[in-house]
Design a protein around this ligand. Structure first.
Ligand code: SF4
Length: 73
């Protein structure tokens, strides 16, 4: 499996995922399953929650594999 950092983006937010850092704790999958779903090839779908919910879940990632940049104030 590639360990390249993946990037997902909407008009509001950019979320990156570094597979090399992920410890597979599944915190994201349990916390916001509409967005974080490994059954999809592009497993993060930012359209399925608002940016605040996504940022809250990214902050809960225990490994730092998930990061975000907010594009709008
Ligand atoms: S919460 Fe972070 S460490 Fe846990 S599975 Fe998701 S990306 Fe990986």
């Amino acid at each position: 499996m590639s360990d390249r950092v993946q990037s997902y983006e909407t008009d509001e937010i950019v979320v990156t995922f570094d597979p090399g850092k992920c410890i597979h704790a599944a915190v994201c999958l349990v916390g916001l399953p509409a967005v974080f779903d490994v059954s999809r090839k592009r497993w993060i779908d930012l359209r399925n929650a608002d940016a605040d919910a996504v940022m809250g879940q990214v902050d809960a990632c225990p490994s730092g594999a998930l990061q975000y940049i907010r594009k709008t104030p």
